[in-house]
Design a protein around this ligand. Sequence first.
Ligand SMILES: *Cc1c(COP(=O)(O)O)cnc(C)c1O
Length: 679
Amino acid sequence: MPWAEQKHIPFCLVLTGTGTDVGKTVTTAALLASLLDHQDKAMAVKIVQTGIAEGSAGKTAASDSYHYRMAGAGAAFPTAQTLHSYPLAASPHLAARLVGQKLSCQELASEIRTFVSAHSDYDVLLFETAGGLHVPLNEHEDWLTLLPLLGFPVLLCAANCLGSINHTLLSLDALERSACKVLGLVLNQTHLCQDENERSILSDNIASLRQRLPHLPLSTLPYCDCEQRFQKLSQALIPLRELIVRSKTPKQATSLIERDRASLWHPYSSAEASAPLSAVRTAYANRLILEDGRELIDGMSSWWCAVHGYRHPHLERAISRQLAQLPHVMFGGLTHAGAIGLAERLKSHLPKQLNRVFLADSGSVAVEVALKMALQYQYGLGEKQRRRFLAPLGGYHGDTMGAMSVCDPVNGMHQLFSDCLAKQIFMPRPTCRFDQPFDPQSLEPAKSLLAQRGEEIAAVILEPIVQGAGGMWFYHPDYLKGLAELCQQAGTLLIFDEIATGFGHTGKFMALEWAGVTPDILCLGKALTGGSMTLAATLCTDTVAQGICAHGQVFMHGPTFMANPLACACAHASLDLLETGAWQKQVHDIEQVMRSELAVCATLPSVADVRVLGDIGVVQTKSPVDCSALSRYCIANGVWIRPFNNLVYLMPPYISPLEDIATLCRTIFQALLTTGTGI
Ligand SMILES: *Cc1c(COP(=O)(O)O)cnc(C)c1O
């Protein structure tokens, strides 16, 4: 939608402080006066007022909105508003609790967004917080929880006094860590200067902060207690006002989506025809927040990755700590504790034969590494004719050339490249369902192919238990047992691609545990870092490693970002969370809810099959669904899923509240019913 057709959005600014009594209200009122002076339609809003009973805010001089009103005297429209007020002059969490209420950041954010929409005729809305950044709003949340949800730029107010430099820098650090864009800093002189010494401290504060923060606009407000002080002080804020006036005019006449369409590729997208696209501003737990403020329940874990949800504080802290220590260093000839510890830790969760770890930067690369390991191993053994891979139909292993060559050759999009890809050998997908008794017949194709062409085959590669992007198909664990034996007899290696299934999705930590089979080579990725960084791993047995390195050979792969320390730190943090074991009950409960809530989809004539395993819930339709229509319906109903082909599926973060899981399932049912997809 072009910008001009969109509803006008006021410029919103949050005014916060380094503590209480640092002159926030004076600054807000003076800035308001300055904006009104400039003929801007502006209002100041106190988000939470304490020390004032409900309803009397604005009428008494003790309330901040009273001052806003003074600053706006003469305006032909309201210039002051208080959203919440409580009688006790205390921190909001306590003041609210004493009258039996509880503030919630999520509710405050949506209340503020509604307020902004209702005041779209204003040019500027100023929102003042209460106290400093870590002042609690409830037992778990503070202003730093709320501000990223709003996404408004922030003006930091500090008192000019002894300690200002320290308080200001600490507050700016905290704002930065919470991804808040700081528009500027205002230093207030909150009392009359006593003597020459104090004067020199105050002027040094200003000079020092200017030096430390050369790029941050800094305004100073002198002490003033005369009548009309807001009008007087407003003069000092003219540069700040100019900054706001400049920021409020959109630099681009086009929306983010239009700019995206003009420049970017998306996964499996056309540069010509535009599929539906939404811009995400932030996310938390199992919620995505769009640029326009809408909030969606996430059913995708961002393609299997974000198993702990978004912006988990433990992962965020691990990344910031590592960022401060060593974000990256080359892995050739150098090493670091993060990678070493991660290799040891991954091994501790896997069959002990998988002893050597290659840390790559994405799943496809981990698959390339696995294929090259198998080829180099066979080469080392003198088995130079073993140049091919055997893979089941319906597999998916990534989008690079080697990985594509072992993906489903018909179903996947890779048939386009079939003339350029290495020719591999394919067999039917494991036919025996996960939830039915094992049928040994399902192993026959593997048996006969290995008997006929075993000599050509370096390795068999497949996704254990769940074929993901190739069809969300769950097959019987005994298939893997039988296949492992056949491989052994044929002298071919067995590669498990656990990139999608690893780290709990199937209800076991690794899907291979269902079968109790140890492959020769194992690929991990996706949820390895809990979804905040890209990292993958390929593990192999000592036998494979020795074969590769026979005759003085080296393993021929080494990506630039191999074992990236930030990604390793994030993987450690994710393993910390998984090792608490909480995921087991979470995945189990999600599975139960999906089983009962998705079952009804099977009654739709368009639906061919409904299946659930761990946190993977699949509704397979008889013919391809209208993915765009389905996505649009779901977004309009507050849900994020991304169906493909004839598969509408869920893979929600483990931390999702169960009522959200139920909502996801019900929305899928309604979406299939309403969009009339399928036959
Ligand atoms: C996603 C996926 C890959 C590819 O991983 P990328 O990080 O996207 O390169 C490989 N194998 C499986 C089973 C996958 O699900």
